[in-house]
Design a protein around this ligand. Structure first.
Ligand code: 2IT
Length: 444
């Protein structure tokens, strides 16, 4: 495999799709060695077949606002690869959504889902619709219009969407209601469903909890733990909330959270009632984090800044792609950070990752760290198939086990000369299962 040649060709074919090209580059660089050791991969042109989605559905989503005004957004579903199971991946509703972003997320999802040990292929979808500032009725009308198109290509055995940024329990409810009406069936077609209509316990917490279970395993390789560590977290949504809760439970002191307006530094630690306040803030303050500082004395709001300038032992990006760049990484290293685990998808730029690996820090990529979210989605699918619900402890135990297994896979495939490169480990482990399945199933 000639990584540069493949990337040059892809750049020509898909000019300007920067996030997608970035995600592909990272994977190809990681797997080059194992790819070249297995001529059956090249014979079956696995890379060329893997980097292009199976298909992309693009559609128009017209909807009516509360004043009768008509709006048109674009909807997408990128079905990337279903060789090991039905397509599976979230829906993102955010004004920044482009095809490039959904292709990067869908591509990442193939390897992440493979790592979970569960039978799920990779896909992603969403829209440039911005749910912030919209009434619940407007969100409902948008979701219904979105599903009027999407339902033709999804199903419990074909493609199972879930939430991502801008899509939580409320949106999944509206989407599911319309699917049920159109398909005239009650099935596990979406995950993240309400607990009374097929949802799984622990799903809302799963991404954040799973990330901390994974990070705990990383620390254990150094005979270390969260106890007494200052933890910097970005974001303040569902994922950040779960991470703050579990990191605190494990003895860490979470000192930052952030929003688009800046970040909060709380020297007393974000624990107890302050953790629940995060979700309240999200719901009532329209995506700004500043009011936290007014509510809790001892905390400071830094306008327009990122939390990576704060002194911490552990940094956990939980907001969005490329939120931590090369300069942020240098600052963190200068301040003595010992571990960085991406909880957001592709939260760090390649320069930042390079800095962490050069400095031999504990660093792990989102596709391993945040896989607990989709893993519990997989468990929700299993429960739906069985028409049975597991208890909280049971789902949590399974999540812990899966995160430990993912960690083991990363160590197995990423360790050389005593250092574990989790980026390489996650990419190789995720890739091998998918590539071998593609070889087994032939070319079509
Ligand atoms: O990025 C992700 O893994 C998700 N947004 C969750 C996907 C899922 O199907 O639960």
């Amino acid at each position: 495999m000639n990584v540069n040649q493949i990337l040059n060709d892809l750049e020509k074919k898909h000019p300007g799709e920067l996030e997608y090209l970035q995600a592909v580059k990272e994977v190809l660089e990681s797997i080059e060695e194992v790819y070249n050791e297995n001529p059956q991969f090249e014979n079956a042109k696995i890379i060329e077949r893997l980097v292009e989605p199976d298909r992309i559905l693009t559609f128009k989503v017209p909807w009516v606002d509360d004043n009768g005004g008509v709006h048109v957004n674009i909807g997408y579903r990128v079905q990337f690869n279903n060789v090991i199971g039905p397509y599976k991946g979230g829906l993102r509703f955010h004004p920044s959504v482009t095809l490039s972003i959904l292709k990067f997320l869908g591509f990442e999802q193939i390897f992440k889902n493979s790592l979970t040990t569960l039978p799920m292929g990779g896909s992603k979808g969403g829209s440039d619709f911005n749910p912030k500032g919209k009434s619940s009725d407007e969100v409902q009308r948008f979701c219904q219009s979105f599903m009027l198109e999407l339902w033709t290509v999804i199903g419990p055995q074909t493609d199972v969407p879930a939430g991502d940024m801008g899509v939580g329990g409320r949106e999944i409810g509206f989407l599911y209601g319309m699917y049920r009406k159109l398909a005239r069936e009650n099935t596990g077609v979406l995950t993240g469903k309400g607990i009374n209509w097929g949802g799984s316990l622990i799903r809302p917490e799963a991404t954040g909890f799973g990330a901390i279970y994974f990070a705990k395993e990383m620390l254990a390789t150094k005979n270390d733990s969260f106890k007494g560590k200052d933890v910097a977290i970005s974001g303040f949504g569902n994922v950040a909330w779960g991470a703050v809760k579990k990191a605190t439970e494990f003895g860490g002191k979470v000192v930052t959270i952030s929003g688009p307006d800046g970040y909060i530094y709380d020297k007393n630690g974000i624990s107890g009632e302050k953790i629940d306040y995060m979700l309240e803030l999200r719901a009532t303050c329209n995506d700004v984090v500043k009011p936290y500082a007014d509510e809790f004395p001892g905390s400071i709001f830094y306008e327009g800044k990122k939390p990576w300038e704060a002194k911490c032992d552990i940094a956990l990006p939980c907001a969005t792609q490329n939120e931590l760049n090369g300069d942020d990484a240098k600052q963190l290293v200068k301040n003595g950070v010992m571990m960085v685990a991406e909880v957001s998808n592709m939260g760090c730029t390649p320069e930042a990752i390079g800095t962490f690996i050069e400095n031999k820090l504990l660093f792990a990529p989102g596709k391993a760290v945040n896989a607990g979210g989709v893993a519990v989605s997989g468990l929700e699918m299993s429960q739906n198939s069985m028409k049975f619900n597991w208890g909280k402890e049971e789902v949590d135990e399974k999540l812990k086990h899966i995160m430990t297994e993912i960690h083991k896979s990363c160590v197995k495939y990423g360790t050389k000369d005593g250092y574990t490169n989790y980026v390489k480990g996650a990419n190789v482990a995720g890739f091998l299962k998918v590539a071998n399945a593609m070889v087994d199933q032939g070319i079509y």
